[in-house]
Design a protein. Structure first.
Length: 163
């Protein structure tokens, strides 16, 4: 008596798998009127004051998207943290920049304490973002920290970001 053996791999019924289809859109939530080209950290600091970042009680991390003429074409709050920390990941920072077709970005956050000196975590995040930007061909033009008192810190002006 002869039996035909079929391997289970080929005998099982094929299951249909439904794969979701996604559509990703960049949606404008609001506008801030600003017509000046970004020429340095002082101009960025003005923009940060216009959006009121220096007055916030918690740390907020923002990203500004620039075109090839260093004009701001968009901005996004990436994260809102606690009194002295906020969570930042390159995936979240560059997602909007890619959708906006940005040539470069400027990242900024506030220090509610008023002390604008960067922490070790600030330096580490900046280094990670610069490296991610190189991979994506989106330059991190600067990282600006603004305090509740007058003043700011620029990673570019302090030569912590190459120009």
């Amino acid at each position: 008596m002869s039996r035909t053996l079929t391997l289970p791999l080929f005998a099982a019924e094929e299951k249909k798998v439904f794969i979701p289809r996604y559509n990703i859109k960049l949606i404008k939530e609001s506008e801030v009127y600003y017509e000046q080209r970004i020429t340095g950290a002082a101009v960025v600091c003005e923009l940060l004051k216009i959006i009121g970042l220096h007055e916030r009680a918690c740390e907020e991390f923002h990203s500004f998207y620039l075109n090839t003429k260093n004009e701001v074409i968009g901005m996004e709050m990436i994260s809102k943290g606690t009194l002295n920390a906020s969570l930042v990941h390159p995936r979240e920072v560059f997602k909007g920049a890619i959708l906006a077709n940005a040539n470069a970005i400027i990242v900024a956050h506030n220090h509610p304490s008023g002390d604008v000196q960067p922490s070790t975590a600030d330096k580490s995040v900046t280094k990670t973002l610069v490296n991610a930007g190189k991979l994506l061909d989106i330059q991190v033009f600067d990282h600006v920290i603004i305090g509740s008192k007058s003043g700011y810190f620029s990673f570019r002006e302090a030569a912590l970001i190459d120009g």
